[in-house]
Design a protein around this ligand. Structure first.
Ligand SMILES: Cc1cc2nc3c(=O)[nH]c(=O)nc-3n(C[C@H](O)[C@H](O)[C@H](O)COP(=O)(O)O)c2cc1C
Length: 337
């Protein structure tokens, strides 16, 4: 890969509310030093009127880290962009893709795709407030605004104000009658519209999101685009991140095993208080998918955490069990008798 193609957004993990908190992001970082990691969406209200440290705090290891903002008031978004820039985020992203009724009630997220001028005002306010790059994450369209022309016209307005970094979730959002979860599966994926956007705006940095399951498939579907973003696959089957640095960023470092990651994450978990340890451990349920004992690992941790067991002891014992199971299997299969 040439240097000019190197950019952390060539491979990113998606913003996911309740999932990509700071512990999850630290966990993701253990898999890849290079990829770009997104926070969950943080609303302007939470930053301006809530516990800012809680919503914006992060560990340096998480960088390059993108803060995703939710809001539609340009002045508030500008203020939040400034706060985020001062806190060292490497990029600020505006959510234009969330279809949840609660977000629609606040008049932001996906419904903003019908309000092009307001989006322009919001992005401009964010750009003016700091020197940190501003990007957007949008859908292909919403409801009956579902055509190539609509998307290209929408992106053209962003292009005009020098906002050239777009993450596109390659399906429309249906704002009535579907839950957020259904809105991630029911409207069909249409990567072709994203490829068309890149043909139309070749200078833009366009990141493909939606339905990507792993590194190989992502590199295959990348085509003319600049990067890919993985959401559910990265969280639910974290192993898919193990060879990102080697396959996407051409690094010659050794590929870690899930056990290596578990050991490193254990050091991090030990620095947390028990309440946080519980949250941090939940992010590891998919860590051993595909290995012996993956299911019992998930069950053991989920049940133990729900039953209020001491998180660190639970983690140590769970790890000991799954390690033992895999070591025994290895020894057995190596045994020629
Ligand atoms: C639990 C969950 C929470 C999500 N929260 C956000 C969010 O805060 N902001 C956002 O832009 N998208 C959010 N999404 C959508 C994802 O970022 C992504 O666009 C979507 O899951 C499609 O990608 P995937 O098929 O790789 O999962 C969320 C998805 C999930 C599963």
């Amino acid at each position: 890969m040439t240097d000019s193609l190197y950019h952390p957004s060539r491979f990113c993990t998606a913003p996911m509310i309740d999932w990509t908190d700071r512990h999850c992001r630290y966990f993701f970082r253990l898999f890849s030093k290079e990829m770009q990691i997104y926070t969950e969406m943080v609303t302007c209200g939470a930053i301006l009127h809530g516990d800012t440290d809680r919503f914006l705090g992060y560990s340096d290891e998480e960088q390059p880290l993108v803060l995703q903002l939710g809001g539609s008031n340009p002045a508030d978004l500008g203020r939040c962009a400034k706060i985020a820039a001062d806190r060292g985020y490497s990029e600020i992203n505006l959510n234009l893709g969330c279809p949840s009724p609660r977000v629609q009630k606040g008049a932001f997220g996906a419904c903003l795709m019908a309000e092009k001028q307001l989006v322009v005002d919001c992005v401009k306010a964010m750009q003016d407030a700091s020197d940190v790059p501003v990007s957007i994450k949008c859908r292909l369209g919403i409801d009956n605004l579902d055509s190539d022309e609509f998307l290209l016209d929408f992106l053209s307005a962003l292009d005009d104000i020098e906002c050239h970094h777009w993450v596109i979730h390659a399906r429309i959002a249906l704002l009535q009658g579907l839950s957020p979860k259904e809105n991630r599966t029911v409207p069909p994926l249409n990567y072709d519209r994203v490829y068309l956007a890149k043909e139309t705006f070749p200078h833009a940095r366009i990141i493909l999101n939606g339905g990507l399951m792993g590194v190989d498939q992502s590199l295959n579907d990348l085509k003319n685009l600049d990067g890919v973003m993985l959401g559910r696959a990265a969280y639910q089957n974290t192993q898919v991140l193990l060879d990102v640095d080697q396959k996407v960023f051409d690094k010659e470092t050794a590929i870690k095993t899930p056990f290596d990651v578990a050991e490193e994450y254990a050091d991090y978990i030990k620095t947390l208080n028990p309440r946080e340890q519980k949250v941090a451990i939940r992010h590891t349920l998919g860590l051993f998918n595909g290995l012996r004992g993956a299911k019992p690992w998930r069950r053991y941790l989920s049940e133990g955490l729900s039953n209020g067991e001491e998180p660190l002891a639970l983690w140590d014992e769970g790890l000991r069990k799954i390690k033992h199971l895999n070591e025994t299997t290895l020894i057995e299969s190596d045994d020629p008798s």
